[in-house]
Design a binder for this molecule. Structure first.
Ligand code: PMP
Length: 426
């Protein structure tokens, strides 16, 4: 596969944009090589600037649950752009999307729309602090909540320099799926913890479903401690089920953060929850949050179209069937060959984990063989299969993926794995 034009863009872009990318996820720094410049997409297929085609399992890192350019979203986009782009004033579509969202996720009694998942997590945390008048935030090692200071403080995983120590000291880190670690932190910081933020299905240390019993216990402790429970469903919202992972576990968070799929392909974020908490936001309360493009008509129109499409009969059954066929066949193949690989998935989000045992938390994720994953990634890429360039980030199947795409992908995966393991044992 040739990448002549892509390589040229890569060189040029690197001169003006750090690392050639506007988000580090997109670079191939974890797997080696150069990021590929894409130019178009339709259904399950994405095409690069050299006209190479790939079956796309990145799905724009989550949003494209209906595939690229689904007709219903394109129609909604055309209808709204025939009338308006952005006004900076309220628009009826904000009400319509909020109404639909409240029906789909009843824990969102009131909602604010913002522009990204990061913004939704940042705003929900500020609201929790303003409401409880406490400073501390509990999160889970290996969790990802966007690029806000307060959750990029781990000494071990995704973190950043440039975050002052006096910000870092307000974040305490528990272990995913480990209620003892949560209880210990509540004892140590009694009456100081404003909120606990958690991905109920983790998507950045491979796909890990939080144990439902663990989530129920977490919710109980939060109620006892008068701490706000925030579910970060930016990735899982409308992905693992229409009602998000909260509809699967039955645990009702105080606040929920959303993004990705909710915009139907347009930039969006949203957070919402109990009305008595949400009413602390300005102009009713004293917690400030604002945005020029928040609730803009284009994102609202596409959001409404995607939620309507996802509410149709059979969508989630289809996604489940396709992902099950993929995961069960690949699992069987790996077991029959004794390859140390696990397919971890919830609904249509999955990760192919190169590890001898399943990954249940951040420490387990460190055991993943990232070198073998990189070999696997490039073998697939060269044969027209586009996976996230990361051994731990979630891949996604969309409604546009047909059985023929899955079968072709399986065939290439079998060959890739045989190649990798036979070479490494010879
Ligand atoms: N939370 C989670 C769980 C995410 O997966 C992401 C993005 N990968 C974010 C927050 C941040 O969202 P955004 O990139 O839209 O800022």
């Amino acid at each position: 596969m040739k990448h002549v034009i892509s390589d040229k863009f890569y060189q040029l872009t690197n001169k003006l944009i750090p690392g050639g990318v506007n988000s580090p996820f997109r670079s191939f720094h974890e797997v080696g090589g150069k990021a590929i410049f894409m130019k178009s997409g339709l259904g399950a297929i994405i095409k690069d600037v050299d006209d190479n085609e790939y079956i796309d399992y990145v799905g724009a890192w989550g949003p494209l649950i209906l595939g690229h350019r689904p007709q219903k979203i394109m129609n909604a986009l055309k209808d709204i752009t025939d009338k308006v782009m952005v006004t900076g004033a309220p628009h009826e579509l904000e009400y319509e999307l909020a109404f639909k969202l409240n029906k789909i996720m009843p824990s969102l009694e009131k909602i604010r729309f913002v522009n990204s998942g990061t913004e939704s997590c940042m705003s929900a945390i500020r609201l929790a602090r303003g409401y409880t008048k406490r400073d501390y935030v509990m999160m889970f090692e290996g969790g990802y909540h966007g690029h806000l200071d307060i959750t990029l403080v781990s000494e071990n995983h995704q973190s950043s320099t440039g975050i002052p120590d006096n910000v870092k000291i307000n974040t305490v880190m528990a272990k995913y799926n480990d209620i003892d670690s949560v209880e210990l932190l509540f004892k140590k910081h009694a009456n100081k913890i404003a909120c606990v933020i958690i991905e109920p299905v983790a998507g950045s240390m491979s796909v890990i479903e939080a144990n439902h019993e663990f989530l129920h216990k977490l919710s109980k402790i939060c109620i006892e401690q008068k701490t706000i429970l925030i579910f970060d469903e930016v990735l899982t919202g409308f992905r693992v089920a229409l009602g998000g992972s909260q509809s699967l576990s039955g645990v009702k968070p105080d606040l929920t953060c959303l993004g990705k799929i909710l915009g139907g392909g347009m930039p969006i974020g949203a957070y919402g929850g109990k009305a008595q908490i949400m009413d602390y936001l300005m102009p009713l309360g004293l917690v400030y949050q604002a945005g020029t493009f928040s609730g803009n008509p284009l994102s609202m129109a596409c959001g409404k179209a995607v939620l309507n499409a996802l509410s149709e009969d059979g969508v989630y059954e289809y996604l489940e069937d396709m992902t099950h066929i993929f995961a069960s066949n690949l699992t069987q193949f790996c077991q029959s060959k004794n390859y140390p690989i696990h397919i971890q998935r919830v609904g249509s989000m999955f990760s192919i984990v190169f590890s001898a045992k399943p990954v249940l938390n951040y420490a387990d994720s460190l055991m993943i063989d990232t070198i073998k994953f990189a070999q696997f990634f490039h073998y697939l890429l060269d044969r027209g299969i586009y996976l996230p360039p990361s051994a731990v980030d979630a891949a996604c199947i969309s409604k546009a993926h047909k059985l023929e795409h899955i079968e072709k992908t399986l065939e290439v995966c079998y060959k890739a794995l045989s190649n990798i393991y036979n070479l490494s044992t010879s």
